[in-house]
Design a binder for this molecule. Structure first.
Ligand SMILES: Cc1cc2nc3c(=O)[nH]c(=O)nc-3n(C[C@H](O)[C@H](O)[C@H](O)COP(=O)(O)O)c2cc1C
Length: 307
């Protein structure tokens, strides 16, 4: 490869590559690690951790459509106490920087989780999942309340010994207010988008397909929505943006970088092909060489000039 893919996530870390693995789609099993250990991955995000253990939603939890999936995993995890006790055991073989994703039922729960995460040493950041559509309506409602949203980001930024990344749902990206509020309240970076609230029907049986009735849509079909949101938010904040939603090839990754993302994250397609990061980088290499572009700043400028 011709290019140095080192990516500066300002005030967080210098990553070896702009490609991150999204929350909920990164695994810690041996077989999976064997597949990804030679990939040039900038960082990985853990499955979202909650204060107490959660058993998740009833089966079935994943619907596979054409170019998209709808999942209703429901934040299944063993809770933050178990996460911290087993962190070294589970993550010592991961050769990439780790971002810990967390979600609370209310403002005070976020702070409790952060205080526990503070006992760890190696994560490079904490990502606030303020957006998961699969939790109950109370959690979503408080995340949509701008005042409460801002307070959560502020409290977490104050208490955390790690930089905070605020992850936004598509609803929080309908305008730029949530991103601006997150920045004002001390977030170090913003990531977007989380899954799009969705529903699938088993027509024949006249019943909901998912055990939870509703879920979150992801995969290639949501890319144009996510791209528009990164484009708008890039104009309104100065903190780095991690762009995601439907990335399946190098063109998708380049598109997010052009509209303003500093790094990109792969979710659903990582479940299909864990070796996607190197394939994407190799093709980016060819593209940049062909276009005589020397780095991502230049790429971004070339696009922004055409707006
Ligand atoms: C199976 C699955 C599980 C997910 N779990 C989480 C999660 O625990 N926390 C979170 O913030 N996002 C979660 N997400 C959302 C992804 O991190 C990502 O934001 C979203 O899927 C959009 O990217 P994609 O289209 O590349 O998948 C999950 C997505 C999938 C497909």
């Amino acid at each position: 490869m011709n290019f140095d893919y080192k990516t500066e996530l300002k005030k967080i870390a210098t990553l070896n590559s702009p490609i991150i693995i999204s929350s909920g789609t990164f695994g810690t099993s041996g077989a999976y690690l064997d597949l990804i250990k030679n990939q040039n991955i900038g960082a990985v995000v853990t499955k979202t951790i909650t204060l107490e253990a959660k058993s998740g939603n009833p089966q079935p939890r994943i619907f596979e459509g054409k170019n998209f999936i709808v999942n209703s995993i429901g934040l299944e995890n063993n809770g933050v106490y178990d996460f911290v006790i087993n962190f070294d055991k589970n993550y010592k073989n991961i050769p990439f920087p780790i971002i810990v994703s967390i979600s609370g039922n209310d403002e005070s729960e976020y702070v409790k989780i952060i205080k526990k995460i503070n006992e760890l040493n190696s994560p490079v950041a904490v990502e606030l999942n303020l957006s998961c559509p699969n939790v109950d309506s109370e959690g979503l409602a408080s995340a949509m309340n701008l005042k409460s949203f801002g307070k959560t980001v502020f409290n977490c930024s104050q208490v955390s010994k790690f930089p905070i990344i605020t992850k936004l749902s598509p609803f929080q990206c309908i305008n730029t207010m949530y991103a601006e509020t997150a920045e004002k309240n001390g977030t170090t970076a913003i990531s977007l988008i989380n899954t799009v609230p969705a529903m699938v029907i088993d027509t024949e049986n006249m019943s909901p397909f998912l055990g939870n009735t509703v879920g979150g849509m992801s995969g290639p079909a949501i890319k144009p929505i996510a791209l528009k949101m990164v484009h708008e938010i890039y104009k309104s904040v100065t903190v780095p943006i991690i762009g995601m939603g439907g990335i399946s090839n190098y063109r998708d990754a380049l598109d997010f970088l052009m509209v303003g993302a500093t790094a990109v994250s792969i979710g659903t397609m990582n479940l299909v092909d864990p070796e996607l990061p190197n394939k994407i980088l190799k093709n980016i290499d060819n593209f940049l060489t062909k276009k005589n572009i020397h780095d991502f700043d230049e790429l971004k400028k070339r696009f922004q000039k055409n707006l």
